[in-house]
Design a protein around this ligand. Structure first.
Ligand code: GLV
Length: 321
């Protein structure tokens, strides 16, 4: 008998094609999150779960899934998975590391450039029929070239963002809980600084850290108070790293100039007032959303289940407990 697995969302066909030969699949083939009650009910007889960052894997879920052996998340981030609780029950967790680094770095730059050069406002201007001809003072933005980029979280994605900054002759400062190797710093021309110094110096502050107890609300009202009034905040990491109510206030009172956001504190909702901040560019969690990358993520998340559950070999994508 093939092991039973649950797939909680519509996923690329390449992902399903890899799973089909090995598993009996229950597929919640929709473009919305599987309702919690349905998720718990469906897991009663499942050995594998292919989930998304919208599915919370916690004690409640594990208790509803007595046969569960493997949780494979279709994401690099796994803050929605209680990994210690999984390990305590012998449930292996896999994710999709590395494969979305470059796409996420590209998208970070899309947000940064769009916010700095008011691309989204310009688009609305054209579509709204407001353009009456070239105007020296129309929709003035901020130069990116030659400015200072502050990267919070200098892992794979943070460094890929830094690499791209070289093309804009930017000065790069970074903060992380661990300092990068001197060779990486030298190759990227990046200088390690304390967080407060980064906030004071940067023209663009870009977040690339994981979400955990230490980074929740890392960027709060105090942080906005330290930033330049001409600075921009870019977040393509996780929403709760930023105190979103404080961000709305900072944008509305001119404490910072603008923002580029791909993630939200209460996703899919936004803090009251954010939607009316024209200086914020808002995207619906798209950083890894290229056809190529989402296909690879699908293949990788499928391989986590195939390796662990069907082939009984450790997946290279196991999350360390
Ligand atoms: C997306 O946010 C991911 O963690 O893959």
């Amino acid at each position: 008998m093939k092991p039973r697995i649950l797939v909680t969302r519509r996923v690329p066909k390449e992902c399903l094609n890899l799973l089909k030969p090995y598993f009996q699949i229950e597929h919640y083939n929709k473009d919305t999150a599987i309702p919690r009650a349905r998720l718990l009910r469906s897991l009663k007889d499942k050995e594998g779960l292919l989930c998304l960052l919208t599915d919370k894997v916690d004690h409640e879920l594990l208790s509803a899934a007595p046969k569960l052996k493997v949780v494979s998340t279709f994401s690099v981030g796994y803050d929605h998975v209680d990994v210690p609780a999984c390990s305590a029950r012998g449930v292996v967790v896999t994710n999709t590391p590395g494969v979305l680094t470059e796409s996420t770095a590209d998208f970070t730059w899309a947000l940064l450039m769009s916010a700095a050069r008011r691309v989204v406002e310009g688009d609305a201007y054209m579509r709204g029929g407001k353009y009456k001809g070239w105007d020296p003072l129309m929709l003035l933005g901020t130069d990116v070239n030659g400015k200072t980029l502050g990267i919070v979280g200098f892992g794979r994605i943070g460094q890929a963002v830094a690499k791209r900054a070289g093309g804009f002759a930017m000065k790069i400062v970074y903060y992380d809980t661990r300092r990068a190797a001197p060779e990486a710093e030298a190759a990227l021309g990046a200088r390690f600084v304390p967080l407060d110094e980064l906030l004071r110096e940067s023209d663009f502050v870009s977040i690339h850290t994981v979400l955990d107890a230490g980074t929740r609300h890392l960027i709060d009202a105090r942080a906005f108070g330290l930033m330049k009034t001409s600075a921009y905040l870019i977040n393509a990491a996780r929403g709760p790293i930023v105190d979103e109510k404080a961000l709305v206030k900072a944008l509305k009172t001119g404490k910072i100039r603008g923002a580029g956001l791909d993630v939200y504190e209460w996703e899919p909702k936004m803090a009251t007032g954010l939607a009316s901040c024209r200086s914020a560019v808002l995207a619906p969690h798209l950083a890894s959303a290229s056809l190529e990358t989402r296909t690879k993520m699908g293949e990788m998340s499928a391989s986590g289940l195939v390796d662990e559950l069907a082939r009984r070999t450790p997946s290279p994508y196991r999350v360390a407990a």
